[in-house]
Design a protein around this ligand. Structure first.
Ligand SMILES: O=C(O)CCC(=O)C(=O)O
Ligand SMILES: [Fe+2]
Length: 262
């Protein structure tokens, strides 16, 4: 994994809430991670969350046709864990967002299948069980991602306009802009990627992706990270039900089994 950042990259991430980063993984690493992700997914059937998380089952909804989504693969696959919990990657997150340490919130394989639906504009952090202005996600291309198969698109600077209100990823691509009309005044940027390239985005940066208009999959491995010290906001997301019920609003989310330091 290539994990070095220039001052320019750090400054542009802090300004725009996004960073396009080429060559995080070399081609051997892409092959290794891709095989591990496919193997982990193959053991899960229609269950979306691996390793004793919340029970969420894939169905036939519009959302289920946005991408094949499988979460927390790091809990069942040591290769995925090695990549997603790489301390060098953790160091990059700290540099990008000026934090002391990060914990894994969840990873996700996101496979936009052939002719898959677009990913409506949304924010990530409001889906999660903590609120932070410093959550960071990495989105790693395991196949080439292009404007034809649904590469990621972002609205630079939108993290500065966002609150914690959000929309579901539904059929109305633009529903987010009913809540945040000012975000629609900035031109989105598309991040085409070769396998092994990645993006970083703030948990409050508006993003989405187009439809997959091709006959082949667009496969990505992503991971969301929360700053160490983040506290429970009362919202369920993918925590196991017993753990979720044991939490009170304001509790620090520092369970090393569920949210390990990276
Ligand atoms: O892969 C996609 O289409 C969307 C990804 C996304 O929303 C995310 O990584 O937060
Ligand atoms: Fe997202």
């Amino acid at each position: 994994m290539k994990c070095d950042l220039t001052q320019e990259q750090i400054a542009s991430y802090r300004r725009d809430g996004i960073l396009s980063y080429k060559g995080l993984l070399n081609q051997d690493e892409v092959a290794e991670l891709k095989a591990a992700v496919l193997e982990a997914i193959s053991t899960m059937g229609k269950q979306k969350v691996a390793g004793d998380g919340a029970e969420i089952v894939e169905g036939e909804s519009y959302y289920d046709k946005v991408f094949t989504q499988r979460l927390n693969l790091w809990r069942i696959n040591d290769t995925v864990k090695k990549f997603m919990l790489n301390p060098e990657l953790g160091r990059m997150l700290c540099q990008l967002s000026d934090q002391k340490a990060y914990r894994v919130w969840h990873d996700q394989a996101l496979i936009k299948e052939p002719f898959g639906n677009p990913t409506g504009w949304h924010l990530d952090n409001p889906y999660w069980s903590f609120n932070s202005h410093h959550a960071v996600s990495v989105w790693i291309a395991l196949d080439e991602a292009t404007p034809y198969n649904g590469c990621m698109c972002f609205i630079p600077g939108s993290q500065k306009q966002a609150k914690f209100d959000n929309v579901d990823i539904g059929e109305n691509l633009a529903a987010l802009f009913d809540i945040y009309p000012s975000m629609a005044e900035t031109d989105p940027v598309a991040f085409p990627m070769k396998p092994g390239d990645c993006s970083f985005h703030n948990g409050l940066t508006a993003h989405g992706a187009g439809a997959n208009m091709t006959r082949t999959r667009r496969m990505a491995m992503t991971c969301a990270y929360m700053p160490d010290g983040s506290t429970f906001n009362g919202q369920q997301n993918i925590l196991p039900n017993d753990y979720f019920k044991s939490l009170n609003v304001g509790d620090v989310l520092n369970n090393d089994d569920w949210n390990p330091l990276v």
